[in-house]
Design a protein around this ligand. Sequence first.
Ligand SMILES: Cc1cc2nc3c(=O)[nH]c(=O)nc-3n(C[C@H](O)[C@H](O)[C@H](O)COP(=O)(O)OP(=O)(O)OC[C@H]3O[C@@H](n4cnc5c(N)ncnc54)[C@H](O)[C@@H]3O)c2cc1C
Length: 249
Amino acid sequence: MDVRLLEATEDPERLICQAARNDYMEEYVGDTPFEEVMASVEGDTLAGRKETLIGHLLAHGHFGPFEHPHATFAIEGVSRSCMAQITRHRHASFDVQSMRYVEFDEEDPEPGDVYVHIPELDEAHIAGRNAEIADEYKGESDEELLDRRRERYHESIEDSFDAYNELLDLGVAPENARMVLPIGTKVNMVVSLNARMLMHVADIRSAADAQWEVREMTNQILELAGEWCPLTFEYYNEEMKGRKNRLAP
Ligand SMILES: Cc1cc2nc3c(=O)[nH]c(=O)nc-3n(C[C@H](O)[C@H](O)[C@H](O)COP(=O)(O)OP(=O)(O)OC[C@H]3O[C@@H](n4cnc5c(N)ncnc54)[C@H](O)[C@@H]3O)c2cc1C
């Protein structure tokens, strides 16, 4: 998995502050110098005033101003399952690599190239909500268990890819042959969202009960967001992370 910031609003926190101060200023923010816009906010410097205002907005749930700055991320090599989860967020915009025009026609695909690797292939005992080893395998060593899992996982996926290639050879269109491909098949995406939505997605998808892959992807997005919009995401990570879906007012 690879996540990169493709494009983002320049100076997002200046924009957040301008939008928020607009609500309480008599003057028109459009032709007031930024230093003046921020003059009544507590702080010794402009940077300090920005920090005060952003902290105040987040602490009081005044999230509207965070809808103005946008960021666009490129994401490489997540599963179709991860894609299905993230695309449930209706205030984000997506472009998803099509399976209609991308053919997986390598003779013998390297596992890591075309489908995702899952953590249970490397660790025998990962605490998971719905994970339980059946009685018939409980006596096996960790290595035996891991070998069995790896063999079953790779074999099953490679069978699916063989069937896919055969269906293409038999004249089935890629958009129909793809029905036999596994949900672990990799996909690339481009995702755009505003800073408020990014915090909301992080609330849900970076949480301990989210699936590892969407959590890892969200954590990488959050790291890049921290470089793009530092005061906001520093406050978010220190004071708000772990909250549950606190979108209003
Ligand atoms: C651990 C986990 C398990 C899940 N399991 C399932 C599952 O089994 N099946 C399944 O279908 N989904 C499942 N989901 C997806 C989940 O139910 C949401 O659809 C998804 O997380 C999108 O988030 P959201 O509802 O906050 O909406 P978003 O699209 O992110 O919207 C953000 C917010 O805007 C508001 N909003 C947006 N649209 C509307 C609307 N039409 N009406 C009212 N308010 C709106 C809501 O306040 C919402 O929280 C799961 C999610 C998680 C994290």
